[in-house]
Design a protein around this ligand. Sequence first.
Ligand code: SF4
Length: 291
Amino acid sequence: MRYEGPIYRPPSEADSLLIQATIGCPHNRCTFCMVYKNGPRYRARPVNHIKEDILEARRVYGPHVWTLFLPAGNTIAMKTEDLAEICRFARATFPTLERITVYGSSQFIHKKGPGQLEELARAGLGRIHVGLESGDDITLKRIRKGTNARQHIEAGGWLMAAGIELSLYAILGIGGQERTGEHAEETARVINQIGPDFVRLRTFVPKINTPLLEDIMAGRFQMLGPHGVLKETRTLLEHLTISTTLTSDHYTNYINLHGRLPQDKPKLLDQISRALKRDESEYRPFFIGTE
Ligand code: SF4
């Protein structure tokens, strides 16, 4: 198997076979993201090279592979017929395969439209991890996410209708002190309208070589402290009305929340209330991420 550039995968794909179908990110403008800022530039790999890697994985690991993740920032941006062919080939090569998963941003999902998403679902694409980050249009514009709340809602709705599992990521604190209320409420509103299978929380940590770190250093962006993040999480949770799995499976978070909504909401809110009683100095210190 051949890999190029930074290789990231969600924690939930820790046991998955990783086969690279695309390299880099076709957007590469988010102000908080350092992953591909130094390259490589986005491109899709030739389908025959991807198939060679799948066959090599079959030789190395045998036929019993259960989950496959196709890493890189926006593999959903690949041409639909090529991605569908890779999915069909992988399912034929590994008959026990239960899930094929990719990362994707709403603008690239939106470009495909409902018909192409259904085609991908039929080919065996089973789950997509989408960086919602926020449902607040002002925040989305400031972080240069390249999409907006309306597009998030339409793209998410089409994925759900196509039968592709949807895992949405929200970044706590990404609106800073100025937008924390709007960020929490609008993010909940957008999530409620989409109704994803999973909501995954991440806490904003500034990364080296990013425009947002420059804004922090120049005093243009005021970060939330631990209590601010916890209060924002409480507002978000209070406004979520859908049935979904909420989890914060990431090292950046101040507390680990995990449960089914709506039934676990009181328990999770109680966990946040207890966390707010702890002094801020008891939480992890500010740090600048390097990877
Ligand atoms: S779309 Fe994802 S990988 Fe690309 S720049 Fe934004 S956060 Fe980074």
